[in-house]
Write a protein that binds this ligand. Sequence first.
Ligand code: NAD
Length: 315
Amino acid sequence: MHTRTRVLVTGGAGFLGSHLCDRLIADGATVLCVDNFFTGSKDNVSHLIGQTHFEIMRHDVTFPLYVEVDQIYNLACPASPVHYQNDPVQTTKTSVHGAINMLGLAKRVRARIMQASTSEVYGDPEVHPQPESYRGLVNPIGPRSCYDEGKRCAETLFFDYHRQHALQIKVARIFNTYGPRMHPNDGRVVSNFVVQALRGDPITIYGSGEQSRSFCYVDDLIEAFVRLMKTTPDFTGPVNLGNPGEFTMMELAQLVLELTDSKSELVFRPLPIDDPRQRRPDITLAKQALDWEPKVALRDGLTETIRYFRHLLAR
Ligand SMILES: NC(=O)c1ccc[n+]([C@@H]2O[C@H](COP(=O)([O-])OP(=O)(O)OC[C@H]3O[C@@H](n4cnc5c(N)ncnc54)[C@H](O)[C@@H]3O)[C@@H](O)[C@H]2O)c1
């Protein structure tokens, strides 16, 4: 007989997964963290190892898994282009076979299951900002397709299991998220700027720096995950999760310089082809269905992220 909710987090040793494990343990759940440590690390959850209600298992989600759980958060998948393009076939397998295996498990044990999908399912959108009803403009044969199409196919599988087997599914389309435990070398703009500033290296700005992006702090995103899992069975998503506040790359660079107290200079490089001028989530649905919106200001989130990277680089 168990009284605690038993929760499986795949990709639990990664950036988002490790924060989710922290939150679930704090909320009184029993957590099974499953990871193959491709981009994740035991360091991210080392503070949880040894706790009675936390367990970690090395396992690749492209293989079936037999465990008894009440809820599954399926986060396993490399998330940044440098990582997911390293072995694109494995990336598609992780998204597609991983979804099949985790949905099969959810079906066997009648668990509720959430999928970490992505704003990349919208591809190179012609609509700004993108509502969930927008179907996207995705290239099926490009270098990013292993990730974009893998995630799209995973959504298909989630909805087919829902329709065919009455599974309780929740699909989150996550937009750019940042915070402590991000990878220092994943090529994302927040980690790039912070690491460059802390090392005193020049900060690389593409184009004039006028293109804007939105950044969601990790704690806000995890709050949305937990709320989404608790919604009534008729709510499946997909639901956009992200922070609609927009900042230009110049504003971000200047804020990073100020908060790190760095003397790094700004260097300008040509804008890559296909670099979108703007990317911002439409979170109308999340506000209404989850009673949720991001609360952490960029300045506060960056301060925590800088603290983390300062510590990491000093090691
Ligand atoms: N961080 C973001 O801004 C963002 C945006 C959109 C979507 N997402 C999605 O959220 C999830 C988590 O992303 P993250 O930023 O924490 O990335 P991450 O790389 O830190 O985490 C992914 C984790 O999955 C693990 N993993 C990869 N392949 C696996 C496999 N075959 N079997 C088991 N484990 C495997 C990795 O080792 C890692 O721990 C991903 O599915 C990603 O696509 C993230």
